[in-house]
Design a binder for this molecule. Sequence first.
Ligand code: CA
Length: 239
Amino acid sequence: MRTEAIGDGEPGGDAVRVLVVEDDPGIARSLMRGLTRAGYAAAGVDTGSGALAAEPVPDVVLLDLGLPDTDGVEVCRALRRRSDVAIIVITARGEEGDRVSALDEGADDYLVKPFGLAELMARMRAVLRRTRPAAPEVLQHGPLAVDLRTRKVTVDGVDVTLTPKEFDILECLATDPGRVITRQQILERVWDAHWYGPTKVLDVHVAALRRKLGVPGLVETVYGRGFRLGEPAGGVDRA
Ligand code: CA
């Protein structure tokens, strides 16, 4: 089983179009893979001129400022002059001046390398809330769909009712499928920034979440580390 992108089989559908402007092939590849898995329609270019020539016009541009042909700040200014596309600039450490210039030229937000996919997705959702208020925010992973705006969860199209805590745990995992989210990260995000209590409470909620989702192998325990969204082992057997 593979993770499907929303909009698969319906090119030009409702998927949010993201243009990755990045000349480091490794970073570009992993960004595109992560975005596609999360349901975005991702395309990539490795130059500033490529960014300005991109068709169709994307909804979001992830703009590396250190490009081989053009100053990224110039690209940002040119993009902003012609459209209100959401722009998130990506900079390396030590490029603070460029970052400030890019924000002055109309960038919506910025990320400093290295950054995690989960953080990028959160920034993108925040920016899209401003530029595309009606944008669907659905994370799709195999049979699972998690709507971040309405907090509705379905498995194979069937509604699953979760408690707020169960939903929050699932959101942590579904934002970056396959990546291990540590117990501490989940406790901090779902319960409190400084959780010092017993972590048994997390296991109780994860057990309930698994039972309600009814997909063996979907919520995987990674011993000694945490949890991740895995590839479901078999069919659906909802309790
Ligand atoms: Ca670069």
